[in-house]
Design a protein around this ligand. Structure first.
Ligand SMILES: *Cc1c(COP(=O)(O)O)cnc(C)c1O
Length: 360
């Protein structure tokens, strides 16, 4: 357009760049291993519930607090239903939390590196962001609480992103006990891990545990996430949320997914097994691979040139995620797919890095 434009935005918005979501390629032929979606379809119960959903219901507003699904989620963890809030994906929850607890005087503290949405949400809120470096093995530093300084919120993904490792539960409990603000534990990948921190909510009023149906329940496109916390925290978050932040279809299908426990467990078991197979395979080719409790591996090729590996895979129509930067630039993040997809990736990788002798 040719008319002259002078920005109307708050200076903070002009100064920041927005979040960059992982690419969603249009080509069906691509092997898409870049955004940690499930390789399996949503459960048969979800597909049935969708087919049977009466479109006439869409003329009504949804239940503003998603009571049915929240009650089901709470009882699954033996918590009172006042301890749950539902969101339009867990990104919605993260956004609510930053807006409730952070502003120009109340910074957020996050690990460096971490889920790249956190600092974007902080900028949007005009809140400072204290970055706490992880160590060489992507573990939390001993003095994390001191380093968090005057932050009012500390956000920790567990299992971690983008490295996929976990942090000791006891260490997490210690951090939650000694930090004087809110600790948000982002459990987007907890269903792939050996334990979780949901029970902290029972003992500690400053802990929020955020979760999602996007990864382990194959519902990234539906947008459903939730959080557990003390009822007073939940009540405060409720004030901030959009009145109707979860559509009636999302509420209905999330509930259907929850009822298909066996299917869910089966998908998770398959993904964990494929993860262990690929882990061993990549180690064997000389990769450095971080031990993962998530549905992805963070892996560095033998020559450390992850960018080249990323591009070479792409030429073969395999998309993984590459994060440039000092801490991440030697790694790619590979979402775990089906066993067949993993062997496709592995065969390509072996062609690139395998020694010919080894194959004899
Ligand atoms: C994928 C992801 C989320 C959120 O996903 P939603 O689709 O918004 O529920 C949150 N945190 C981390 C660390 C993630 O990787």
């Amino acid at each position: 357009m040719s008319m002259e434009y002078v920005s109307y935005f708050r200076p903070g918005i002009d100064a920041m760049s927005g979040y960059t979501p992982g690419e969603q390629p249009k080509l069906e032929s691509m092997l898409k291993l870049n955004t940690n979606e499930s390789p399996y379809p949503p459960s048969p119960g979800v597909q049935r519930a969708m087919a049977e959903f009466d479109a006439a219901r869409l003329r009504f507003y949804p239940d503003p607090v998603a009571s049915d699904i929240c009650t089901a989620l709470a009882s699954g963890f033996h918590l009172p239903s006042g301890c749950v809030i539902a969101g339009n994906g867990s990104d919605d929850i993260l956004n609510l939390v930053i807006r409730c607890f952070c502003d120009s005087e109340r910074p957020v503290a996050i690990p460096d590196v971490t889920y790249s949405l956190y600092p974007v949400l902080a900028s949007l809120q005009g809140a400072g962001c204290i970055r706490i470096p992880l160590d060489e093995d992507f573990q939390l530093p001993e003095d994390i609480v001191e380093r968090a300084g005057n932050a009012n919120l500390l956000m920790i993904p567990r299992p971690s992103a983008p490295a996929g490792n976990s942090f000791l539960r006891e260490r997490m409990a210690e951090i939650c006990r000694s930090f004087r603000g809110i600790v948000l534990i982002d459990e987007a990948y907890a269903d792939f891990a050996s334990d979780n921190c949901v029970d902290f909510v029972r003992e500690m009023p400053n802990v929020i545990v955020a979760r999602t149906f996007s990864k382990s329940r194959s519902l990234a496109g539906l947008r459903f996430g939730y959080a557990f916390a003390h009822p007073a925290i939940i009540a405060g978050l409720m004030k901030m949320k959009d009145s109707y932040n979860v559509s009636s279809l999302a509420q209905h299908l999330a509930l259907a997914s929850l009822r298909d426990e066996a299917y869910f467990q089966d998908c998770i078991a398959k993904i964990k097994l494929a993860r262990e197979m690929l882990f061993l395979g990549l180690l064997d080719l000389g990769f450095r691979v971080i031990e993962s409790e998530a549905n992805f591996l963070f892996a560095s090729p033998p020559d450390g040139d992850a960018e080249r590996y990323f591009h070479r895979l792409r030429e073969k129509h395999v998309i993984v995620r590459y994060f440039p930067g000092a801490r991440t630039g030697k790694f790619v993040r590979i979402s775990i797919g089906t066993p067949r997809q993993m062997s496709e990736l592995f065969i390509l990788t072996r062609q690139m890095y395998g020694s010919p002798l080894r194959d004899l």
